[in-house]
Design a protein around this ligand. Structure first.
Ligand code: SF4
Ligand code: SF4
Length: 443
């Protein structure tokens, strides 16, 4: 069924199955909203206007961009287990003690640093397990991966060589808090085309509230100077790699449009802001009661994004960059991140998990680099696609892909029941992204 919504003074109608997005007038909006609710066509004086609207709706239906049936269920067949991306927890320790960290404030169960031979074995595993897939990816994650920079550098060289031998293309991404991103590390990552995700939450007081050094001091000043240097160098010559700022917001900064503006105004113009993944009882977890405020804030963020664009500032906000014509294939749209079968995390000791958020939770350990032993877990993640969850009836399903399994598990203790808060945030963020799309077409 179509989704009708108003934002920024525009009335928009989105058809999930076709991806059609329509900017409509008041009467068409009223008619479509009523049809979407399963109601009657509203009466109108003069009635000829409603007849015209209905004729236009019929035309769009015939063109396949309104009320298209969802054939995805019939067309979709679950992919085979063939991980094409590995997240290497090269350092299961951290030089920060972020209070909201899923990794237990840097302790991470004392996982330590990944040995070079484990990391190389992980690359070999990826080359083998990805089968015929040509494009493979290694993500360096932690804790703080730059605590193990020699292994990061060695894996980049080793992975490039292994990919060349196998006729594959390999890409690398590192997610770092930037504290150790000195010029030497930065130059290496730039020279090798490694994608860099910089964890900065926004304004200094927002960042420092959670992202603290072991001494308790905030890390903003130390992190920001390195992040800015790296981002500026990258932006001067982006080649084929990407770099962006990834901030986390919590219920304590539901004015996160200010964090977006702060980063952009400081020259960090490619940004993603994500809600914290946390158990609902955490005092900083975003709650259902916060959804209205967050919805308003996403709209503010969208207006700011458009304002920057109108002033020809080259800003990017990850979640506002929809590609309705191209975009992901059906499998990706139905399964989202692919955790557990397309994307795996490797703990420092070589054990395999569905993704970085599950590392250390023995209930989710899949096996190790000698092979997957817990096939039932892989199967559960393969089964957790949109048609097996309440998502099947959600208008946002083909952009959302069924949400984050880790957020679902944190909220409901199962990956088959999405977190209502995450859903509320996702739907609003998507409405804003569709609004941005419509506004940019007509600006
Ligand atoms: S918003 Fe929620 S219900 Fe909708 S597709 Fe995403 S996870 Fe599923
Ligand atoms: S389960 Fe969540 S955290 Fe893990 S890869 Fe998927 S979206 Fe990311």
């Amino acid at each position: 069924m179509v989704h009708c919504f108003e934002i920024g003074g525009r009335k928009l109608v989105y058809d999930p199955a076709s991806g059609g997005l329509h900017a409509v007038d008041d009467l068409a909006f009223e008619v479509l909203s009523s049809l979407a609710r399963g109601g009657e066509v509203p009466g109108c004086d003069p009635p000829v206007e409603v007849a015209e609207v209905l004729a236009e709706i019929k035309e769009l239906e015939l063109k396949g961009s309104l009320f298209l049936a969802d054939y995805g269920r019939q067309l979709y067949s679950p992919p085979a287990f063939a991980p094409k991306a590995l997240c290497l927890m090269v350092a299961q320790e951290c030089n920060l003690r972020c209070a909201y960290c899923f990794a237990g404030q840097g302790a991470y169960g004392g996982g330590g640093l990944m040995a070079e031979n484990t990391a190389f074995k992980a690359v070999d595993y990826l080359m083998e397990a990805s089968g015929a897939v040509r494009d493979v990816e290694v993500d360096f994650f932690g804790g703080e991966p730059l605590l193990n920079f020699p292994v990061v550098a060695a894996v980049v060289e080793y992975g490039m060589q292994a990919a060349q031998t196998r006729g594959k293309n390999i890409s690398f991404t590192i997610t770092t808090n930037a504290l150790l991103l000195d010029k030497r590390a930065s130059d290496f990552l730039l020279a090798k085309g490694v994608n860099v995700v910089l964890s900065i939450d926004g304004r200094k007081h927002v960042h420092d509230r959670f992202r603290r050094l072991p001494s308790g001091r905030g890390s903003y000043d130390l992190a920001f100077v390195n992040a800015k240097r790296h981002f500026t160098s990258w932006a001067g010559n982006p080649r084929s790699s990407y770099c962006y700022i990834r901030g986390t917001y919590t219920r304590l900064n539901l004015d996160f449009a200010e964090d977006f503006s702060h980063l952009v105004d400081e020259g960090l113009t490619a940004v993603s802001l994500e809600p914290v993944v946390a158990a609902p009882e955490e005092p900083y977890a975003v709650r259902e009661a916060d959804l209205a405020a967050a919805a308003t804030e996403y709209e503010r963020l969208a207006q700011r994004y458009l304002d920057y664009r109108r002033r020809e500032r080259p800003v990017r906000f990850f979640h506002f960059e929809l590609d309705p014509a191209g975009g992901p294939c059906l499998t990706k749209r139905v399964t989202g991140c692919g955790a557990g079968f397309c994307y795996l995390a490797v703990a420092a000791d070589g054990r395999l998990y569905p993704c970085h958020q599950f590392v250390g939770d023995e209930a989710f350990c899949l096996g190790d680099l000698n092979g997957v032993r817990s096939e039932h877990i892989v199967d559960a993640f393969l089964q957790a696609h949109v048609y097996n969850k309440p998502c099947r009836a959600c208008w946002a399903r083909f952009y959302c892909g069924g949400g984050c399994h880790a957020a679902a598990y944190a909220a409901n203790g199962t990956i088959f029941e999405p977190s209502p808060v995450a859903c509320g945030l996702m739907r609003r963020r998507l409405e804003c992204a569709l609004y941005v799309l419509a506004a940019r077409k007509t600006d």
